[in-house]
Design a binder for this molecule. Structure first.
Ligand code: SF4
Ligand code: SF4
Length: 292
């Protein structure tokens, strides 16, 4: 079976154009499965308009529940809870509870039990560009890394069953656990950066993670022409660190105009940004072949 090539599009922070680029790849790539790994603030659906085919509940863990009928109000659970999840009246705050289970062990009358809680949902959908797996984590819920792993696993299974060539993931911002869950096992991390000091700093952090996990990294500079000097600094740093710069996308208000219409910029006629993004996709494909 031909191996599915996995590409994770990430950036150290939000708002660099990562989702715009992923959505354009969704249009340009043939025979692919799409996956939105930004489960805390998913927005790929705004451009790809998925129709949900399957809906699944996600449980990221358990929380403690107290049975007031059995409780003798001895206060032992309040004493031991290090997360301040037990209130003065011995009710347990399900948001504050970390699910450690310590209170269950100390309760002398077995009044506390752990129960699985539903933290979010994940979906398998159809889009005009191919299947898409995506998710929604509940407000203030944790375990987004675990949910990312769930959606990527399913996307990979769909890609393998259907003989897809590519699995293209829109990664979450930052460098935390959900980012690690988004890139583990990927063939390429594509870092999207902007030519600002914070953009350069964030790209370096992302590159640090890719290196730690032994994943090839390429870089795209978005809006490269808003600060040519910083773009040069970014390119020099990439060159010194063995990172190929596979594209320089110019600032183009066609990107925003296309988004307002719920489209990707590559579907928005001849535009400077759209033309460059088409070249970026060709470069990405080329780099993936070179790795073989
Ligand atoms: S399970 Fe742990 S965090 Fe939750 S209430 Fe019990 S002791 Fe506190
Ligand atoms: S340890 Fe058990 S009995 Fe004691 S207050 Fe907590 S729930 Fe009630």
């Amino acid at each position: 079976m031909k191996k599915v090539k996995q590409i994770a599009v990430i950036s150290g922070k939000g708002g660099t154009g990562k989702t715009v680029l992923t959505a354009c790849f969704a249009v340009l790539a043939r025979n692919k499965v799409l996956v939105d790994c930004d489960v805390d603030a998913a927005d790929l659906h705004l451009l790809l308009h998925p129709e949900i085919q399957e809906r699944h509940e996600f449980s990221g863990g358990s929380v403690a529940f107290r049975d007031p009928e059995k409780c003798t109000e001895c206060g032992k659970c309040l004493e031991v809870c290090r997360f301040d999840a037990v209130r003065e009246n011995f009710d347990i705050d399900p948001i504050a509870c970390e699910g450690c289970g310590f209170c269950v062990h100390v309760c002398p009358v077995q009044a506390i039990a752990m129960k699985e809680c539903v933290n979010g949902e994940w979906f398998v959908s159809e889009t005009a560009y191919g299947p898409m797996v995506h998710a929604r984590l509940g407000p203030a819920e944790e375990n987004s890394g675990k949910l990312v792993t769930v959606v990527r696993k399913r996307a990979k299974a769909i890609a393998e069953q259907s003989g897809a060539h590519y699995m293209i993931a829109d990664g979450p911002p930052g460098i935390g656990c959900p980012v690690i869950a988004s890139i583990t096992g990927a063939d390429m991390v594509l870092g999207v950066s902007e030519p600002s000091l914070s953009g350069i700093h964030d790209l370096k952090r992302v590159a640090g993670i890719a290196t730690r996990f032994g994943i090839r990294m390429c870089c795209v500079i978005n809006k490269f022409d808003i600060n040519l000097e910083n773009s040069r600094v970014l390119e020099d740093w990439c060159q010194d660190n063995g990172i190929s710069v596979v594209g320089r996308i110019p600032f183009d208000d066609a990107v925003t105009k296309a988004m307002v219409q719920g489209k990707t910029v590559v579907e928005f006629g001849e535009t400077r940004a759209g033309t460059e993004i088409q070249k970026v996709w060709q470069e990405v494909k080329h780099c993936l072949t070179m790795k073989e």
